[in-house]
Write a protein that binds this ligand. Structure first.
Ligand SMILES: *Cc1c(COP(=O)(O)O)cnc(C)c1O
Length: 433
């Protein structure tokens, strides 16, 4: 069903990678394989597939052909060796990090994270016995100081939430590698259309495909991409999950069977974590995300351009005290954005109302075009007040650590005409007097 497209450019890959019909019915579009399980041709084939000696579908908890097309397409866009699709971005983060860190081990993560990821890392991972140190992602000394002998991953968002802080991917990757661990990045807001983290030394990429990859706010999905850059065989004692015999699949050593190029990392993620925890993507949602990805670079370029125009408008408005957008000169991320995001700084950013937190309800309710929605990356423009919603449990100290305040408004710019969006913001700011 697939063909090698390694020589093709980004726009070609986003519509073609992972699928060539060759099917008896000759469908032009990827079919939705709505099946829970697959029939084996023989006793021997069933045994070979279960023992990982042969590739093949067995049960849709661990894979489905529609999902496989999505996985191959995103791996191609990121230049990775393989990808794994999951039911949500949240489960993609979970599976990626649990593949690396187990009970008694440690993760260093940026403080500037999506609210749900902060909850997972600081609360549920504590229940699991995985210790997490949060650092300011812009403080390289803090990353360096936080690494310990039992550290198993560094984790950050390439464009942080909700302040649009720009991760110095190369610098943080170098520190992770000096500590002997991979850098895992959440590239949800940038998408591979604006940044391929592999070019800057990251090792594993995760996505909430619910956001810009799908692009229409209709389906949840997540992805984990193995860029094939981290050598887990260099220190086998640190990574027994890949370098010791794996009893569930006939004592295969995943690092010998799959290695770096075949993604021992994702083999373990799939055979153990997706199999045991069940965060599986439905074939229908996989199809929806594939449809979205076909227009990814067009939408992302347009939405990122709109966001910059809107940020420039807000920066010149007396009703706004600060705009956090790395495309604006003077923003702390402006220099880093020139290197890491030359094609655009994304479509999600935040600003503070000059009238303070008390003005937030009137401003948000006064908007007509922006929808009040706890989501980003939709074709529609969205607004949210993070301090009372997505980041509501942080408290004043947590908000300060995450780099925003109670007067902060987050916008996600969609595909509407930018002039209509600016008029809506202008009118609602005008209502504040
Ligand atoms: C939304 C989001 C997630 C979680 O993804 P879901 O698809 O909602 O589970 C993780 N990281 C970032 C940056 C997000 O925006």
């Amino acid at each position: 069903m697939t063909r090698e497209l390694s020589s093709e450019r980004f726009a070609t890959r986003q519509v073609r990678s992972g699928f060539r019909t060759g099917l008896p019915q000759n469908p032009a579009v990827v079919p939705i394989y709505q099946t829970a399980a697959y029939e084996f041709a023989s006793f021997a084939e069933a045994e070979a597939i279960f023992s990982l000696r042969r590739k093949g579908n067995l049960y849709s908890r661990t894979g489905n052909p529609t999902q496989t097309v999505l996985e191959e397409r995103i791996a191609a866009l990121d230049g990775g060796v393989a990808a794994l699709a999951t039911a949500s971005g949240q489960s993609a983060v979970l599976v990626a990090l649990l593949t690396l860190a187990r009970n008694g081990e440690h993760i260093v993560a940026a403080r500037q994270l999506y609210g749900g990821t902060l909850d997972l890392l600081t609360d549920t991972f504590a229940d699991f016995g995985i210790d997490v140190t949060l650092v300011d992602q812009n403080d390289l000394d803090a990353w360096r100081a936080a690494a310990r002998p039992n550290t198993r991953a560094f984790f950050a968002e390439t464009i942080g939430n909700p302040t649009a802080s720009v991760l110095a991917v190369q610098e943080v990757a170098d520190i992770a590698h000096a500590a002997g661990v991979p850098l895992v990045v959440d590239n949800t807001v940038a998408t591979p259309a604006l940044q391929r983290p592999k070019e800057f030394g990251a090792d594993i990429v995760v996505y909430s495909a619910t956001k810009l990859l799908g692009g229409h706010g209709s389906s949840l999905a997540g992805l984990v991409v193995d860029l094939g850059t981290f050598d887990f065989g260099a220190e086998p004692a640190r990574w027994p999950q890949f370098t010791q015999p794996f009893p569930r699949v006939g004592d295969v050593v995943l690092w010998e069977a799959f290695g770096q190029a075949g993604s021992a990392f994702l083999a373990y993620a799939k055979v153990k974590l997706v199999h045991d925890l069940g965060p599986s993507l439905s074939p229908f949602n996989a199809f929806q995300i594939i449809q979205g990805v076909e227009t990814l670079d067009l939408r992302v370029a347009r939405q990122s351009g709109t966001a910059l125009r809107v940020a420039e408008f807000l920066a010149g408005h007396p009703g706004v005290s600060v705009v956090r957008h790395p495309g604006l000169p003077g923003d702390p991320g402006h220099e880093a954005a020139k290197r890491y995001l030359p094609r655009g700084a994304g479509s999600v950013f935040s600003f503070d109302l000059a009238a303070g937190a008390k003005a937030a309800p009137a401003f948000v309710d006064g908007l007509e075009l922006f929808a009040l929605v706890a989501n980003i990356g939709d074709a529609r423009s969205l607004v949210i007040h993070p301090a009372t919603t997505t980041h509501s449990h942080l408290g004043d100290e947590g908000l300060a650590g995450a780099g925003f305040t109670r007067a902060t408004i987050r916008l996600s710019l969609g595909l509407e005409d930018p002039d209509d969006l600016i008029a809506d913001l202008d009118r609602s700011l005008g209502l504040l007097g």
